[in-house]
Ligand binder design. Structure first.
Ligand SMILES: [Zn+2]
Length: 354
C-alpha cells in the first residue's frame, strides 16, 4: 500500500501546526521558484527543477485540483496584487517514490519543515531592510532568504486567523518576487528614514531627501507640508510616515496571542505574515529605552542592533540553522566598508597630529 499526497499533507500539517500556534514559523528543507509561464525554474541546493516539477505538478497548477486539496486556498485565488510573476514554493516531494519506498528513507523523499521563533531574532528586520540597499533584489536573494527564514507568508494570509487551522506556509503565487521586492524596499525606506531622522549627530537631511518619494504622501503633506523646508519639519514628516507604516503593518499582521502551556497560560504575539513579525521588531526598536547602537563609520548612522525588553530570549525550536550571522556584542560597524573608512580616517588624523 502506498502513501498518497493527502497522507503527507496531513502528516506535514500535524507536524507544524502546534509550533505555529506558539508564534513559530516553519522553514522547509527545500524551496523552488516557479515561473507561471515556464514552471519550476530554480531550486535550492542540488534539487533538480525538472524532477521537482514532474513530482509536484500542483506547484505550477494552482487550479481546481489543489483547491480541492486546500479548500482554504480557494478564497485567496483572486487576482491579488502580489500574485504576479515568479513565486516561491516548498514542494512536497523531493524524490521519485515509485522506485520503492521504505520507512527508513521516507523523510528523504518528503520535504520536511523545522520551525523557529522569528521574534527571537530581533535583528531580522535590519537584515531584511538591508537587502534593498544594493538596488535590485534578485530571485537568488529571495531564495536564499526564504531558505533561512521561510516564506513571507502572503499566500493564504487572508485565511490565517485565530483559528488554529493554519495553512502550511509552503508559499505559492502570492509569495512572489514582486511581493518580496516591494516589502524589502518599503522596510528599507522605513529603517533608513528612521536612522536619518533620529541620528544622534543631528538630522541627516540629505538621506531623508533621498527617500522623499516614500513619505511625501497626502496625509504627511497635509500635516507637515508647511514646514518641510526646515530640518525639524522634514524630520517630523519622515517620522510621521515611518510611524504610520509600522502602525499599519503591526495592526494588520500581528495580534496578542494566548498560549496554553502545561503550567498555565502565557501571553505572546501571533502574526499572519513574517513581515508582521518583522514590523513588530521595528516597533520595539522605535520604542527601545535601552541604547540603540549605531555604526561608528564616518558619515554613517545605520542601526547595528538593539536590545528590547519585549523580545523573547528563547531562541525557539530553530534547528539546523545554516551559518546564521549573529550580531557580535563588540560590533561597531555596519559593514567592512565603514570599518575601513573609519580606520583610514583615524590614520589621516594621526598623520596630521605628527
Ligand atoms: Zn556604517
Amino acid at each position: 500500500m502506498g502513501y498518497s499526497y493527502l497522507d503527507f499533507t496531513v502528516a506535514a500539517d500535524k507536524s507544524v501546526k502546534k509550533d505555529l500556534r506558539a508564534g513559530h514559523w516553519p522553514v522547509y528543507r527545500h524551496y523552488c521558484v516557479v515561473d507561471p509561464a515556464e514552471g519550476v525554474i530554480r531550486c535550492t541546493r542540488g534539487l533538480d527543477p525538472g524532477l521537482v516539477q514532474e513530482l509536484n505538478p500542483e506547484v505550477c497548477r494552482y487550479g481546481e485540483e489543489s483547491v480541492m486539496l486546500h479548500p482554504q486556498r480557494a478564497k485567496v485565488y483572486g487576482p491579488g496584487f502580489y500574485a504576479q510573476g515568479p513565486y516561491v514554493v516548498a514542494p512536497l516531494w523531493l524524490k521519485d517514490v515509485t522506485q520503492g519506498l521504505t520507512a527508513e528513507v521516507f523523510w528523504e523523499y518528503v520535504n520536511a519543515a523545522y520551525s523557529y521563533s522569528p521574534l527571537s531574532y530581533p535583528d531580522m528586520f535590519l537584515e531584511f531592510a538591508g537587502l534593498a540597499d544594493g538596488g535590485e533584489i534578485t530571485l537568488d536573494m529571495m531564495l536564499e532568504w526564504v531558505e533561512q527564514y521561510g516564506v513571507l507568508g502572503f499566500e493564504g494570509r487572508e485565511c490565517r486567523d485565530i483559528d488554529p487551522q493554519v495553512p502550511l506556509l509552503m508559499g505559492g503565487p502570492h509569495d512572489s518576487l514582486l511581493a518580496f521586492d516591494s516589502e524589502a524596499r518599503k522596510a528599507n525606506a522605513v529603517l533608513r528614514l528612521y536612522e536619518a531622522a533620529t541620528d544622534p549627530k543631528g538630522v541627516d537631511v540629505e538621506s531623508i531627501r533621498r527617500y522623499e518619494r516614500w513619505f511625501a504622501t497626502k496625509p504627511v503633506l497635509r500635516e507637515y507640508g508647511h514646514r518641510m523646508d526646515t530640518s525639524a519639519g522634514l524630520r517630523d514628516a519622515a517620522l510621521g510616515w515611518v510611524a504610520g507604516t509600522v502602525r499599519r503593518k503591526v495592526a494588520e499582521d500581528c495580534h496578542p496571542e494566548l498560549y496554553q502551556e502545561a503550567d498555565g497560560f502565557r501571553i505572546g504575539y501571533g502574526f499572519k505574515s513574517l513581515v508582521g513579525a518583522m514590523y513588530l521588531q521595528m516597533m520595539w526598536l522605535m520604542t527601545a529605552t535601552g541604547e540603540t547602537r549605531r555604526c561608528q563609520g564616518p558619515g554613517c548612522n545605520k542601526v547595528i542592533d538593539f536590545e528590547s525588553s519585549e523580545s523573547p530570549k528563547d531562541p525557539g525550536l530553530r534547528k539546523n540553522a545554516r551559518g546564521r550571522y549573529r550580531t557580535r556584542t563588540d560590533k561597531r560597524f555596519c559593514s567592512d566598508n565603514c570599518r575601513v573608512k573609519n580606520h583610514q580616517q583615524a590614520k589621516r588624523r594621526a598623520a596630521r597630529l605628527q
